[in-house]
Write a protein that binds this ligand. Structure first.
Ligand code: ZN
Ligand code: ZN
Ligand code: FE
Length: 763
């Protein structure tokens, strides 16, 4: 991170003698001089760390005075010995050299990249100590070149001189490279043996994209699939080949000005977009007048009011964007739900059927890492996916872990978390564990992070659900003590961990699905959470979930289930025509499941209530991915409308149960009288905010708790979260939402780990 050159600079400026070296346990400085000069040296070190560095802890001790001259930077000597010692030390982690996330090309490197007089002019692997690949190229610690995927490249004399010069920006920049000695790009056409190298590979790629072709591009943590984002035919072709009908595709756009042509982005959103982590940011799409461009963008994100946009973050992206001069679709290189391809042989076999050519290079990727995805809800940034640019940066917790903990996360959007002391290392995005390759990468990831962080878990935490692949992985870890944590308890704890909350809170979890303590499928929960655990004090009224998990892609089933629950068995009243939209066969099966309660566990899921309302409102009966109907319902909401639906909360033995029935009946009435879907959507969102308010006000009266935590995947909905926060703050509640990890299941692992800290950790 450029720490040693800084130490060298500060020491020599003060005429101090000694040495500095990197060890896996941290940076070690031996320095001799007068006491007051040494104090000043330490003060200077603390006050101005290099851009990517974070000083978590400085420990100093007196040493024997020995004969020394000058100040030197020592290479990795004694690293193994020290790290062995440090692992036994309970505070070792505080002094460990953390592996940095991957960081976007810095301004200085960028200036050199486009300076025709520079020796790295248009060189796609330019980097320095302030930028470039880290997590994705590191195979082992300590962080030196031989432990990265750059080990196969011998530095040329010019690079070595920079690498060894403490005053140079590339001093000990492990991935240092130049056209003379470093990796190079290669374009291979899938249908033929034709290939091109270097600058020609880039111009040929640009030509391919301009002609409507589809290109695979090797990035930092895996391959992307790219095409011209202004060409509707190219995007349709990509969707067809990728077998991914409806999910929104991400865009890469050259700069902020070009972004503003397509999106209404606030200053905060542009800053987020431009941050060194370079996440994909969901931005509101502008009304586009140009017909061709509009139809292309409709293909990029069908039925969605937002576009997922990122700026180029590797030198290769910058060069490619400059050559194509167009916004590009940059979607992950995979087939539907598979993990993103990151190994070259795998990419060429898996991506060949999708793309016309592959723009690759010979610097291997060691760890797969997807792009991070963020959205700004009002002024609050939120993650939909926390991965590249952020992982494996540790999250500091208010309570410290009593022993090393591993939490294995959920089934979908999986991440895991390793924790020690007051540091929680939440992994990059692993993905959907129903996929064998994702399960494999979960196991590999846990081992890799354990080696990088030195965490040796004594406890493994998993979800209550016995059939989650992560639960099975937990059982196979060979760790004696296993702890099962209820899904929504973990969601609340995740938000508490972020905000350093230790005391009792009211947790509101609106979610897709999670196994509850009573065997039902929960997802509309009001929990009191504290150090003793959780208490369920309210939930959305149960309805049958016909077909269990299978109903996730059948919003119309949820619509019927809610309808039958709300208005009973009077077929004449089902005049919204719902039953006509199902085949007689499916209707019969559904009816039987409902009546005989076969394969229909009760559910309190708000995610499924969204599905039901979306289907009733005529938006979508069948979803291609979970949450699609809810996303579309949010997108069409008439945000100016203040209509709402009735909220009725029953109080059953101190359990507060909001009834979905009156809401469903009101929606059906609206549909029958021809109220616009945008109005229905707005009323539905408003009534959910109202529901949260009504329940939490009673809870506040009963318990005196004024702090509310909102979590669960449904709160990815920006409209719902803004309405809820505003409604609750108006009556004086203190409201916390997730900003450090996602409120969806990507944040579960942090919460699972934090439950252990809450139960057994110290302040
Ligand atoms: Zn740089
Ligand atoms: Zn070189
Ligand atoms: Fe969840």
């Amino acid at each position: 991170m450029g720490f040693r050159p800084l130490v060298h600079l500060l020491a020599t400026a003060r005429k101090l003698v000694g040495s500095v070296r990197n060890e896996s346990g941290g940076l070690v400085i031996d320095v001799q001089g007068k006491a007051e000069v040494l104090d000043d040296f330490v003060k200077a070190l603390k006050s101005c760390p290099p851009p990517l560095a974070v000083i978590s802890h400085i420990r100093s001790s007196r040493a024997e005075v020995t004969a020394m001259t000058g100040f030197s930077i020592v290479d990795q000597r004694g690293a193994e010995e020290s790290s062995r010692v440090l692992v036994k030390d309970p505070f070792a982690l505080a002094g460990r050299t953390f592996v940095s996330p991957d960081i976007a090309t810095c301004a200085e490197c960028l200036a050199e990249l486009f300076n025709s007089a520079d020796r790295r002019y248009l060189y796609p692997f330019i980097n320095c100590t302030h930028c470039g690949p880290r997590l994705t190229i590191i195979a082992d610690l300590p962080y030196n070149r031989s432990n990265t995927t750059m080990r196969g490249f011998r530095m040329c004399d010019l690079c070595r001189r920079e690498y060894e010069d403490p005053s140079n920006r590339r001093f000990h920049a492990q991935p240092i490279a130049c056209p003379g000695c470093g990796p190079e790009v290669k374009l291979t056409h899938t249908g033929s043996t034709a290939e091109s190298l270097g600058g020609k590979a880039i111009t040929d790629s640009a030509t391919l994209i301009a002609s409507g072709g589809i290109l695979a591009v090797k990035g930092l943590g895996g391959y992307h699939i790219a095409c011209d984002a202004t060409n509707a035919d190219a995007i349709r072709l990509l969707r067809k080949r990728k077998n991914r009908e409806a999910r929104p595709l991400a865009l890469m756009i050259a700069g902020r000005d070009a972004v503003s042509e397509l999106c209404d982005a606030s200053i905060e959103e542009l800053e987020l977009l431009h941050s060194r982590e370079r996440p994909i940011v969901l931005l509101r799409r502008k009304t586009i007048l140009d017909k061709d461009l509009r139809s292309a963008l409709d293909e990029v994100a069908p039925g969605n009011g937002r576009l997922g946009v990122m700026l180029p973050y590797t030198p290769l992206h910058h060069i490619l964007m400059q050559a194509t001069r167009k916004p590009l679709v940059m979607t992950s290189g995979n087939l539907s739900d598979e993990p993103i391809a990151f190994r070259d042989d795998d990419a060429s076999s898996r991506l060949a059927p999708i793309v016309d050519a592959i723009l690759s290079h010979n610097r291997p990727i060691s760890t797969r890492c997807d792009d991070s995805v963020m959205v700004l809800a009002g002024s609050r940034p939120a993650f939909l996916r926390r991965s590249r640019g952020f992982a494996p940066r540790p999250i500091t917790t208010a309570l410290s872990f009593p022993f090393d903990v591993l939490a294995v996360g959920g089934q979908l959007k999986n991440t895991f978390c390793l924790a020690r002391g007051s540091s929680a290392f939440v992994s990059h995005h692993i993905g959907d564990l129903s996929n064998a390759a994702a399960r494999e990468s979960l196991l590999h990831g846990i081992r890799h992070y354990a080696a990088l962080t030195g965490v040796e878990p004594r406890v493994v935490v998993h979800d209550l659900h016995p059939d989650y692949a992560s639960t099975r992985v937990a059982a196979e870890m060979g760790i004696e003590r296993r702890v099962a944590v209820q899904h929504h308890h973990a969601h609340v704890a995740s938000c508490m961990a972020e905000h350093g909350i230790v005391e009792r809170v009211i947790g509101v979890v609106f979610d897709g699905a999670g196994l509850g303590g009573d065997g039902a499928i929960w997802g509309g929960e009001f929990l009191l959470v504290d150090r003793a655990g959780y208490q369920r004090v309210g939930h959305l009224g149960y309805v049958p979930l016909p077909g269990g998990d299978g109903s996730v892609r059948r919003p119309i089933r949820m619509a019927l289930s809610h309808l039958w629950n709300a208005i009973g068995d009077a077929p004449g009243q089902l005049s919204s025509g719902l039953t006509d939209r199902l085949s007689p066969g499916e209707l019969l099966v559904l009816r039987q499941m409902h009546d005989k309660k076969i394969n229909s566990p009760p559910t309190s899921s708000v995610g499924r209530l969204f599905d039901a309302v979306a289907s009733l409102a005529g938006l979508r009966d069948i979803a291609q991915f979970e949450g699609q109907a809810a996303m579309e319902l949010e997108a069409i909401a008439d945000i100016g409308s203040r209509r709402s639906y009735p909220v009725k909360v029953r109080d059953v033995d101190s359990l507060l149960v909001p009834d979905p029935g009156p809401i469903i009946r009101a929606v059906v009435d609206d549909v029958r009288t021809g109220v616009a879907a945008g109005e229905i959507s707005a009323a539905f969102h408003n009534c959910l905010a109202r529901m949260i308010l009504d329940v939490t006000e009673v809870l506040r009266q009963r318990t005196g708790i004024n702090r509310i935590v909102l979590s669960g995947g449904v709160f990815q909905n920006v409209l719902l979260v803004s309405r809820s926060v505003a409604t609750l703050e108006r009556v004086g509640f203190e409201v916390f939402t997730q900003q450090v990890v996602p409120c969806n299941d990507g944040g579960l692992s942090l919460g699972q780990a934090y439950v252990v800290a809450l139960a057994e950790g110290g302040v």
